[in-house]
Design a protein around this ligand. Structure first.
Ligand SMILES: [Zn+2]
Ligand SMILES: [Zn+2]
Length: 92
């Protein structure tokens, strides 16, 4: 997640984020939304914060580590060809 936050905000942020993650995991049934795996789960921002994405549950999705790193690779590739549509069609 974001690594350039100040120490003062970090604890608050971590606690909030932890609770939010639990909500998203629960909503998604503790399973990766791409492959259905229940191991190594993480919460991914569909629209990255760096692009104005929020922590709204609508913008968050449960993924396993494997699918998560794959999606970030695809995102980087998609950015290179600047097509959001590519992500929607091939990644999710
Ligand atoms: Zn997965
Ligand atoms: Zn992510």
């Amino acid at each position: 997640m974001s690594k350039n936050i100040t120490t003062g905000n970090k604890m608050f942020y971590d606690a909030t984020w932890y609770r939010l993650r639990q909500r998203i995991f629960k909503r998604d049934g503790y399973k990766c939304r791409v492959c259905g795996d229940g191991e190594g789960l993480t919460v991914h921002h569909i629209t990255p914060r760096s692009e104005g994405g929020t922590d709204d549950p609508e913008n968050l999705i449960t993924l396993c580590d494997e699918c998560h790193s794959r999606i970030h690779k695809i995102e980087r590739a998609a950015k290179a060809i600047s097509s959001r549509r590519y992500i929607e069609e091939y990644a999710l």
